[in-house]
Write a protein of this length. Structure first.
Lengths: 993, 88
């Protein structure tokens, strides 16, 4: 591996004993453990890292953190390729492969940098002005053109191969940010015994303390931070989450955070997620997210080699990587001056210190003196020169003379913006603080306090003190008694700043928003064209709308607009940050809920038996139900289903009906509750009997149907459709708790507690008698149609219902769910001599259509009891939910389509559900629409397709022919209206003896 | 968002389902104006910006229907009680 030319031999928080190899644009480099991709590139002397969005200008790193606008790369390859990744936040790993973005054919030679010369066309609002007309060219010409030339990184277009996790966590105090303030807050709260979670986006706690050379309590500050982290690590009530960014604040003290679990590995380990999404519920939180330094807008300020002073110190101090050999410091803040000493200590020559202020504190002058740095006060930079790398800078002195200074590094300091995006997440706008020339949080979110630089406190002593205060207060608020940890000793650091937003009369492009290529001139154009409101400025110029969301640009753009329009900054306005604070992969929000895990899968207790017997399964809500049981030699599903139907009608079959909703209803007023939710009477139902019932919504439309059995004076068991089980439960609870709380009745869902099988066919009684023997008398006299019984058998309780969905002699047998597997096996054994046949939902459906029973297709939320032929079932003796509105004119209109059967005039024709009915010879118009087909099936008993549906005046038109028109599937079949009961209309088979 | 279920304590929104306006009572079905009263009850709902009383169902918890007073602008929960009126 080639040596790292800009890496110093000693110092920094890197582990030189662990060498890491990586590639950038295909070229191999070396770095060390503890590096970021950005610091490793700096150590290798790579200054050109990307091309800009619009003008394709060469760009280098502006920052060393998550606010980076320029250094976006495509990380990894293949399906794992991740575009727009900030190299400044990527922890270096062995084998890392990164590519630069926005360049063609190569980073050094980019054809579209010619845009730079056509830039007058690409100024503010260019999207709106240039591509106004003609509109049809958008799709074909403009959009592909813009996407190609102005796109960011490329997606892999493959599915994400990694997995993600979600974690729910609860704590008393959440500390956001692990710098000086956050560490003190966590310490104060942690020592009190409060449950503390400390998150930091960096893979190492310490924040700015990792990048500065000051001392705390006589210890180098990075070492002090490590000691605090060690103490926190030893506290069982403190959870440390490095590499974890809090990205959103939600209602009720809920915080979203994203943890990079294995982003520092080439691929995640087996079973290891790539990232983990934390949903943290915290009683209190301390925002200690620090501050973000601001650039100064002047000509060529995007030339590679121009960096924020804080970033320069990070590369030099934390990573022992020198970003240049000869530097200029351009600062309007005291804080910028500390860079001078650090550069000197790193062996970097200082060509000039330029400060627009006419006077600075004498202590600052001393720093420059010790570094032998020429100082220009009252001065500014007019232009940075150089193509791919900074070469020289022109300084305009207080005397207005212009000087050229040779330099390959410029450190820019212009004060800092507190990092308070999270405090905006409820829609609160920050307020301008004139004293620090920055926005600070105004209305704090419930339970949240702000400390340290995020609170606009920039002196280290203040940062430590406000952090400790906030942590102790938060712990006390949650019921712990905190003692303030002593605030450690620090040396005084001057923090005054007089920001210089924009250098007047600078030459060349002066960038405000580096990532979206918005210049000072664009802001001026927006002002000139009347887009002066801050939200207009943002949208007209796209300032602050790139992936960095304006972290280094929004306030500067606003300040320039204020200057141009002669208004103060607070009058000009402020934009607010919305979640997420940083981009979060969609996969992280999905977590493990992908593919079949998108929702839970519910299996009945007979599932394994069905699998063993060749069932094909179908999803019914969350349930998997056997759809049919294919046998060898069967050509298609229809052949299988026909066999199953005929087997039931001519012998006996068994179907798993466990998924139907079952609700246990108990109490002296159980019958009254049922009377009020069903359209028909249940309080009069005899014990030991079941009755079919239909329930309506309060708006009068049908909601669900099923049978309800009475096992004692005070106990009923209701069945609902599979699809509406949860809805019916919540409906019953609403009726019981909200509408009529005076009723003495309780309800509980027992759907999953009971396995239930339908045994249907002429041999059903014989089969059950075979199984139950003397345990129950199944003779028609003792156990008639709609009879129910509960008895003990084989050491458990059995519930038996004589119900029939198929129209055959049929029963439903229920046992506690853990006996479900045993029951199906015993039923099959008992039926072996009758050739018992398991059947699935498809055969079930064919038989219910043959019998004209309504199901989900008919109970579709648009039909009334009257539409479905149950009008006369609606009791007139009582009130029930939906009764009043079911009687309104629109719902009793005789023109409403009504439930009947349909058969094809040509028996060879197939019917389709969804077809609409038209009079013969009538045009296919909405005005001629008479209704629609709801359910169809091939009836093996009749040898042709049959259908159920709704048509105007249906029961009065039996025998009439109409068109079943289905333009989507080219269907146009002549059908005859008939009774919906196709098989055994007398119901004789039910009573088979 | 979190809701303070009187029975279960503070619980995540995902455990609840929402029904809406809890200020309207089911009308008297025998009243002479029952038809129009039920029409109002079923269809005409206020959607105030600010404090509002709503029904929430703790479907994934104790299955209690709750009357929750919520500020619809801020999602601040002002109170939560069992809709049955029972006191836990
Ligand atoms: Zn609850």
């Amino acid at each position: 591996m080639s040596p790292q030319p800009n890496r110093r031999a000693t110092g920094g928080l890197i582990d030189r004993s662990v060498s890491l190899n990586f590639s950038f644009d295909g070229k191999q480099y070396g770095g060390f453990a503890g590096d970021t991709l950005a610091s490793a590139l700096v150590a290798n002397g790579v200054t050109l890292v990307g091309r800009s969005f619009k003008y394709h200008r060469p760009r280098g790193f502006l920052t060393a953190g998550s606010e980076e606008p320029n250094g976006l790369v495509e990380l990894r390859t293949g399906a794992r390729r991740e575009p727009n990744t900030k190299a400044t936040t990527v922890e270096l790993y062995n084998g890392l492969a990164a590519m630069s973005q926005n360049r063609w054919p190569s980073l050094a030679f980019d054809i579209q940098s010619i845009n730079n010369w056509f830039s007058p066309l690409l100024g503010a609002g260019f999207y709106y002005k240039t591509f106004m007309w003609p509109g049809f060219l958008w799709e074909k010409l403009y959009e592909p053109l813009i996407r190609r030339s102005a796109g960011l990184g490329r997606l892999s277009m493959e599915s994400d191969p990694d997995s993600y996790e979600k974690v729910h966590a609860f704590c008393d105090v959440l500390v956001i940010g692990g710098g000086a303030a956050g560490l003190m807050a966590a310490l104060a709260a942690g020592r009190s015994g409060a449950r503390v979670i400390l998150c930091d986006e960096d893979f190492r706690f310490g924040g700015r303390l990792l990048s500065e050379r000051t001392e705390i309590d006589g210890t180098p500050c990075a070492e002090w931070a490590a000691n605090v982290v060690a103490e926190l690590d030893g506290l069982p009530n403190v959870t440390l989450l490095p590499s974890t960014t809090v990205f959103g604040v939600y209602d009720g003290g809920t915080y979203g955070a994203i943890e990079k679990v294995s982003d520092h590995l080439e691929t995640p380990g087996p079973g290891q997620p790539r990232q983990r999404l934390w949903k943290i519920v915290a009683k209190r939180s301390v925002l200690a997210a620090g501050a973000i330094e601001r650039p100064i807008v002047f000509g060529g300020n995007d030339t590679p080699g121009v960096m924020l002073a804080s970033a320069v110190r990070t590369y030099v101090n934390r990573y022992a990587a020198n970003p240049g050999k000869r530097a200029v410091v351009f600062t309007s803040s005291d804080d910028g001056w500390r860079t001078i000493a650090d550069l000197a200590a790193a062996g970097i020559e200082i060509a000039a210190v330029v400060d627009p202020r006419l006077q600075v504190a004498p202590s600052l002058g001393d720093i420059a003196k010790r570094a032998h740095a020429p100082v220009f006060l009252g001065a500014r930079l007019r232009e940075a020169n150089g193509g791919h790398a900074l070469a020289s800078l022109s300084i305009i002195g207080a005397d207005n003379r212009e000087r050229q200074v040779r330099a390959d590094l410029l450190a820019v300091a212009n004060g800092s913006n507190p990092n308070i995006g999270l405090t905006n997440h409820y829609g609160h706008r920050p307020v301008w603080n004139e004293e620090i020339s920055a926005f600070v949080a105004d209305v704090l979110l419930p339970g949240m306090s702000v400390a340290g630089a995020a609170a606009g406190r920039f002196a280290l002593a203040d940062i430590l003190r406000t952090g400790a205060d906030a942590g102790a207060k938060a712990a006390e608020d949650t019921g712990f008694s905190a003692t303030m940890p002593p605030v450690p000793a620090t040396t005084a650091d001057p923090v005054s700043a007089t920001p210089l937003w924009h250098v007047d009369k600078s030459r060349g492009k002066a960038f405000v928003d580096f990532q979206n290529d918005v210049t000072a001139k664009d802001v001026a154009l927006a002002a000139q064209e009347g887009f002066r409101a801050i939200e207009h400025l943002k949208r007209y110029t796209t300032l602050g709308m790139a992936t960095d969301q304006g972290k280094t640009s929004s306030v500067t753009g606003l300040a320039i607009m204020a200057e141009l329009t002669g208004r103060s900054i607070p009058v000009t306005g402020v934009t607010i940050a919305r979640p997420p604070h940083v981009p979060v992969a969609i996969g992280a929000f999905a977590g493990i809920h992908t593919g079949p895990h998108f929702k839970p899968t519910r299996l009945t207790s007979g599932h394994r038996w069905a699998e063993e017997n060749g069932a094909s399964f179908v999803e019914a809500g969350q349930w998997l139900r056997p759809q049919w049981f294919s046998r060898p030699g069967e050509m298609d599903w229809l052949e299988t289903v026909n066999r199953e139907v005929l087997a039931v009608r001519n012998g006996v079959g068994i179907c798993d009906v466990s998924t139907l909703g079952k609700i246990d209803i108990q109490g002296p007023d159980a019958g009254i509750l049922l009377d009020r939710v069903y359209i028909n009477m249940f309080s009069t139902l005899a014990v030991g009997r079941a009755r079919y019932g239909m329930m309506l919504r309060e708006d009068g439309f049908a909601m669900d149907d099923g049978t309800t059995a009475r096992f004692s004076e005070t106990r009923y068991v209701m069945s609902t459709t599979t699809a509406n089980a949860a809805k019916a439960m919540s409906h019953l609870e609403f009726a019981r708790q909200v509408l009529w709380p005076e009723l003495d009745v309780q309800t509980v869902s027992i759907t999953e507690q009971w396995a239930q099988y339908a045994v249907a066919g002429p041999n059903a009684r014989k089969l059950l008698q075979n199984l139950f023997g003397l345990a129950i008398d199944l003779s028609p006299e003792a156990f008639p149609y709609m009879g129910v019984a509960e008895f003990e058998f084989g050491g458990t309780t059995v519930r038996l219902f004589r119900l029939s969905f198929s129209g055959e002699l049929a029963y439903e047998v229920a046992v506690p769910a853990h006996y479900g597997d045993a029951l199906i096996r015993r039923l099959m054994a008992a039926g072996a001599e009758f050739g018992v046949t398991p059947y699935g939902t498809e055969a079930l459906s064919v038989m219910r259509i043959e019998k004209g029973h309504v199901a989900g297709n008919e109970l579709n939320g648009q039909t009334t009891a009257g539409d479905l032929g149950f009008g006369r079932m609606m009791s007139k003796k009582k009130d029930f939910i939906g009764r009043t509105l079911a009687a309104r004119p629109g719902l009793v209109d005789p023109e409403r389509p009504v439930f009947v059967g349909f058969k094809p005039v040509d028996p060879s024709r197939r019917l389709r559900a969804g077809a609409h009915f038209l009079g013969l010879g009538k045009a296919a118009t909405t005005a001629n629409d008479e209704g629609y087909m709801t359910s169809v099936a091939y009836s093996p008993n009749l040898g042709h397709w049959i259908g159920l549906g709704l048509i105007k005046h249906g029961p009065e038109r039996l025998g009439e022919r109409v068109r079943a028109y289905d333009p989507i599937r080219n269907g146009d079949v002549e059908v005859e209206i008939c009774s919906p009961v196709f098989v055994d209309p007398e119901g004789a088979r039910l009573q088979h003896v | 968002m979190r809701l303070p279920c009187p029975f279960c304590g503070s619980r995540d929104l995902s455990e609840f389902t929402y029904l809406g306006d809890a200020t309207a009572a089911r009308p008297d079905p025998d009243a002479p104006d029952a038809a129009s009263a039920f029409f109002d009850y079923a269809y005409l709902r206020d959607n105030p910006a600010g404090p509002h009383r709503e029904y929430w169902y703790h479907a994934q918890g104790c299955r209690s229907w709750l009357t929750v007073e919520r500020n619809t602008r801020t999602h601040e929960i002002l109170s939560a009680s069992l809709a049955s009126g029972n006191v836990q």
